[in-house]
Design a binder for this molecule. Structure first.
Ligand code: DX5
Length: 228
């Protein structure tokens, strides 16, 4: 049984002056979880927010929180983001000298672990850690900023990750997430290639018909492509 389609908004485009209200609006719009794009200004050329910002909005929703740690030192930060209320931590393979140990440590802290691959990183980087994760994130942009263009050449990579998961007998345990440039014109390609968790930021907030329509439309397009 393949994993269900899930919509995971990035909060990068929100009005941070009213972050709590924006989280409630996303919840009411029917998203499945919230992704917080954590950036340290070193691993990526942008700086976002620390665990206190996430903790401040935890009370506004019961949706699962995931922290996408685009940081050089995920081991040093993991516990803080779990304490702040994140059920899942996503670390970059490129930032982890000892990826197997980092992922096992996240699980020992009581969260679920996920691993992200930048566009140039080969799928083999996760071949020996699939038993330690509940999700693999295939970046479809180079991380650091919202509003970038989808890199369609990642679709064979998404397919390869999905095949690797299936070959390991982990189809029902491991999600494939994509992040970057996901919107009405790109979501079908990603879903057809095997992605079932779709991170979207700008596409959700720029829909002229509003957030509820944007979430429903993205989900419908993904489900249709996955079923085709
Ligand atoms: C990249 C960011 C973005 C963001 C989504 O580092 O993580 O991918 O989540 O941005 P959009 O949906 O605007 O491309």
């Amino acid at each position: 049984m393949p994993r269900p389609i899930e919509i995971a908004p990035s909060i990068l485009p929100v009005d941070f002056a009213k972050l709590g209200e924006e989280i409630v609006a996303l919840d009411h719009a029917g998203v499945d979880r919230i992704q917080f794009d954590v950036m340290d200004g070193q691993f990526v050329p942008n700086l976002t927010f620390g665990p206190d910002v996430i903790a401040s909005v935890r009370k506004h929703t019961s949706l699962p929180f995931e922290a996408h740690l685009m940081v050089l030192t995920p081991d040093a930060m993991a516990a803080q983001y779990i304490t702040a209320g994140c059920e899942r931590l996503i670390v970059h393979a490129e930032a982890c000298t000892h990826l197997h140990r980092t992922l096992a440590n996240i699980a020992s802290l009581g969260a679920t672990a996920a691993v992200a691959l930048n566009p140039a990183t080969p799928v083999d980087a996760v071949a020996h850690v699939l038993d330690l994760v509940d999700m693999v994130l295939v970046m479809t942009v180079n991380p650091g900023f919202g509003g970038q263009s989808y890199i369609a050449t990642m679709e064979p990579k998404i397919r390869a990750i999905r095949a690797m998961i299936e070959a390991a007998g982990l189809t029902e345990q491991v999600d494939v997430e994509v992040d970057g440039g996901i919107g009405p014109s790109t979501v079908a390609g990603a879903a057809a290639a095997g992605a079932n968790v779709l991170v979207a930021g700008s596409a959700l907030f720029r829909d002229p018909e509003g957030l509820v329509h944007a979430v429903a439309d993205l989900r419908a397009r993904a489900e249709a492509a996955a079923a085709a």
